[in-house]
Ligand binder design. Structure first.
Ligand code: TYM
Length: 335
């Protein structure tokens, strides 16, 4: 008898709305790579989500290609994991429609990201932006994901996914796996280098506030050197009173594997200048391989499209199975 336990499943996505930042990398992508050997993992470029905010078509296309190349550049084994583009798998939109009908208006109105984005884009508060978390629930539930590796700010979306899945299962029986967020102990909340009360974001208009994964080594060091700290001149982890220094410490901890105590010791009698230089160097080192691989892959559109096709086929097989089950439960006629 084969008594091997089936491997747990993992799914996560990233929007192609600009070059990913160090926040995306330390909060999510690095974990994607780390856990992909131990789980059945599927990772996607969430291009359907991206149009909830107006996108220039040419730029969008370029950013989808770049984000896909970036996911391949992480070094995830494509024999073991699926890497695909969301719009290539129409089951995401189909399941999202069905789930829309099992989600309450009030629930969506309470979503922090919706409130945030609708105030930032007051001239385009579209229905897609409002029902964004339902599409995200469809992404996750199609693949029966047990875990979803994300940064802290996606936690609320994970909670609503669980609510929708539990509600559906409550009516129709055990259809969906109830997913859990997988949030790293360090790096799940990387803050802006210029305003450490705000999260590091690829859509920030101040380029000094974030490190892009494609920034050159000298740019990374320069941005780190201009990071906002405080006047105490003491490297100590204290998020409430020293948010800038604590943010740099968590970046350094993620890149070197050191604990906060070890970092405090290393910089005991040193100033912020030395500290920032070392954090910059550690980030440069951390990103070196990914950058090299990205620069190689992005030139090969043919190869990227082949990988996309392969990813789409594998993802579709799984997604279609779940969608069929859902449609049968709801009462649609199977032909
Ligand atoms: P997105 O594209 O904004 O970000 C991708 C991932 O990066 C994490 N992240 C951060 N982590 C730490 N510090 C930061 N400053 C930081 N900024 C971003 C995010 O938490 C995320 O894990 N809605 C999602 C995309 C999505 C998705 C999904 C995720 C669509 N469908 C299904 C998981 C499962 C988003 O906008 O992520």
């Amino acid at each position: 008898m084969d008594n091997q336990m089936p491997r747990k499943k993992v799914l996560s996505c990233i929007q192609p709305t600009g070059t990913p930042t160090l926040g995306n990398y330390l909060g999510a992508l690095k974990n994607w790579k780390n856990i992909s050997d131990d789980y059945d993992a599927a990772y996607a470029v969430a291009d359907l989500h991206a149009i909830t905010v107006r996108q220039d078509p040419k730029m969008l296309k370029k950013q989808i290609m770049e984000m896909y190349a970036m996911l391949l550049a992480l070094g995830i084994d494509r024999e073991k994991s699926i890497i695909f583009v969301q719009s290539h798998v129409p089951q995401h939109s189909q399941l999202a429609w069905i789930l829309n009908c099992y989600t309450q208006f009030g629930e969506m109105s309470r979503m922090t990201q919706f409130k945030d984005k609708s105030s930032k884009h007051a001239d385009n508060v579209n229905v897609g932006l409002f029902s964004y978390p339902v599409l995200m629930a469809a992404d996750i539930l199609l693949y029966k994901a047990d875990f979803v590796p994300v940064g802290v700010y996606q936690k609320q979306h994970l909670e609503i996914t669980r609510d929708i899945a539990e509600r559906f299962n409550g009516i129709y029986g055990n259809v969906f796996t109830i997913p859990e967020p997988f949030i790293g102990k360090k790096g799940a909340k990387i803050m802006s280098l210029q305003d450490p009360e705000k999260k590091m974001s690829k859509s920030d208009t101040n380029v000094k506030s974030f490190i892009s994964l494609l920034d050159k080594p000298e740019t990374i060091i320069k941005k780190m050197k201009s990071a906002v700290t405080d006047s105490e001149s003491c490297v100590r982890f204290d998020e409430a009173n020293k948010p800038g220094v604590s943010n740099l410490m968590s970046i350094y901890a993620c890149c070197t594997g050191l604990s906060y105590e070890q970092i405090e010791k290393e910089f005991e009698s040193k100033g912020y200048g030395d500290f920032k230089q070392k954090v910059g160097e550690a980030v440069v080192e951390e990103l070196r391989d990914v950058q090299e691989e990205f620069n190689r892959l992005i030139k090969d559109e043919k190869y990227l499209k082949e990988c996309m096709k392969d990813g789409a086929e594998k993802a579709t097989r799984i997604a279609q199975r779940t969608l069929e089950k859902v449609m049968k439960k709801v009462g649609y006629v199977q032909i």
